[in-house]
Design a protein around this ligand. Structure first.
Ligand code: NMX
Ligand code: MLT
Length: 437
């Protein structure tokens, strides 16, 4: 058994009594009431999910296993010759809550490599789809196609279900899936955008480095991939992709069913597709100006035109955050510290948008949070390095998001979380509760 799995087993055994005690002795303790506004308005703020993998404070932003973004990057073992950590070490952290040693990290690196071969039937599925299918359709289909290999579902079908040990099958499925997501993303990218020519994995590279290598990118992009996947990994459990993954897995559906569903949620423009929308908006705007940077007045006009046409400003606002997303700040700092990128016109425009948009959203008076989220800043980095196919950006998000969703559903199984089934009411009942019927 790998060190990670052994440590995870110990952590699970130590954690279970906490959950059992809360459920048995304190089940009636209230976490707050729900209102009509919450029932109609997307359950905003209702506390009915549990995760220890990350926590989102509205003012501070995300912490992964208790660590802020800068603390996470500082604490994890770094890829030799790079200032950025191994994605594999971050996986160890999210799974166990422990910062791994270099040795433990390298064990995960080798484990993922041994599981990373994409089956030929997945390639066949991808190739059978219309080439103009959205890359998220391809990504989701590839994940779902691999369900036939699910250790959990195959054992379940063979009558080998055990509530106490079934997390191990979820862990195996999660690791098998995680190890293949980078190569699947790279295959889609090169099939769609690089003349269907493909590059084999380099056995000497880590996951982030290999992704850069397999899409045909530069040495510098290896750090971009590592940073991007870590930053997009997890945002506690209520966001659409994590919640969907959790919801589907709660029916004892396996990791493939669950994460494919999560990816379908990530593909919505109010969620992960916003990074594509941000680039589309900024590129269209720059094209109208003949590639020149706008004046502040021109920019304000364009932002108001978007709002007045009933659309949202992509990359701004958030359901929980009430300040600038620290994932935005982290990527902005990357741009400011990267020679060439800090003076890049598109980055200058993204910065101008950051300067003027919050005031406009406040003036409009609708958005509860006028500040930028992760998606407002991610696309410009990709564009700068030559990944200009912005419909692909949400696939990058989806590779990263698996780092959070898959440990979450492994822990869901370990702690025996129930099938998710909240209660609905009728409009008549709401009106009766409101005293208007
Ligand atoms: N531009 C214009 N209007 C906005 C924006 C925005 N960026 N953000 C919120 N609003 C509007 C929102 O549409 C709603 O209008 P209405 O009353 O007409 O329905 C009103 O402000 C109140 O919405 P909020 O309560 O502030 O936001 P909510 O929690 O419902 O939604 C988002 C959160 C993130 C879906 C929303 O802010 C949005 O649509 N942002 C733009 C899309 C985006 O960037 N999504 C990515 C989020 C991060 N991610 O990666 O998933
Ligand atoms: C996310 O990363 O999932 C987004 O910021 C959306 C959210 O947290 O609701």
């Amino acid at each position: 058994m790998s060190t990670l799995k052994k440590v995870l087993a110990e952590k699970i055994a130590a954690h279970r009594p906490r959950t059992t005690r809360l459920a048995k002795e304190f089940a009636d303790v209230s976490l707050g009431e729900s209102t009509i506004g919450q029932a109609i308005g997307g359950a905003r703020g209702i506390k009915c999910l549990v995760t220890d993998i990350s926590y989102l404070d509205p003012m501070e932003g995300i912490r992964f296993r208790g660590y802020t973004i800068p603390e996470t990057f500082a604490a994890l073992p770094k890829v030799p010759g790079s200032d950025y950590p191994y994605v594999e070490g971050f996986w160890y952290l999210l799974m166990t809550g422990d910062i791994p040693t270099m040795e433990q990290t390298l064990e995960v690196v080798e484990d993922w490599k041994s599981r990373s071969q994409v089956p030929q039937y997945v390639i066949d599925v991808l190739r059978a789809l219309p080439r103009d299918s959205h890359p998220m359709v391809m990504f989701s289909s590839a994940i779902l196609a691999m369900q036939r290999d699910s250790v959990f579902s195959n054992n379940y079908a063979a009558g080998k279900f055990n509530k106490m040990t079934c997390w191990e099958d979820m862990y195996e499925d999660s690791t098998n899936l995680m190890a293949k997501l980078g190569p699947i993303g790279a295959y889609i990218y090169r099939m769609k955008y690089k003349g269907d020519t493909h590059i084999d994995a380099d056995p000497d590279l880590d996951m982030g480095g290999n992704f850069a290598h397999m899409i045909g990118q530069s040495e510098d992009y290896k750090n971009v991939a590592r940073m991007y996947f870590i930053l997009h990994s997890d945002h506690e459990s209520g966001n659409v992709s994590a919640h969907t993954t959790h919801l589907v897995a709660s029916a004892l559906s396996d990791a493939y069913y669950a994460y494919s569903a999560g990816i379908n949620g990530l593909a919505g423009p109010l969620h992960g597709l916003a990074n594509e929308e941000v680039l589309r908006w900024t590129q269209n705007f720059m094209a109208k100006l003949g590639g020149e940077l706008p004046t502040e007045e021109q920019l304000k006009e364009a932002l108001w035109a978007t709002l007045n046409s009933g659309q949202v400003i992509p990359g701004y606002g958030h359901a929980v955050l009430r300040k600038t997303d620290p994932r935005y700040t982290s990527q902005r700092e990357f741009c400011l510290n990267t020679e060439g990128l800090k003076d890049y016109p598109l980055f200058k425009l993204v910065s101008m948008i950051f300067d003027v948009t919050p005031d406009i959203l406040v003036e409009q008076g609708k958005a509860k949070n006028p500040w930028p989220n992760v998606d407002a800043q991610s696309g410009v980095i990709q564009w700068y390095y030559g990944v200009t196919q912005y419909e692909f950006y949400t696939v990058l998000f989806g590779i990263g998001r698996a780092l959070g969703c898959l440990p979450n559903i492994t822990w869901d199984r370990a702690l025996g979380y129930a099938i998710e089934r909240p209660k609905s009411v009728t409009t008549d009942m709401l009106e009766a509760a409101a005293g208007i019927k």
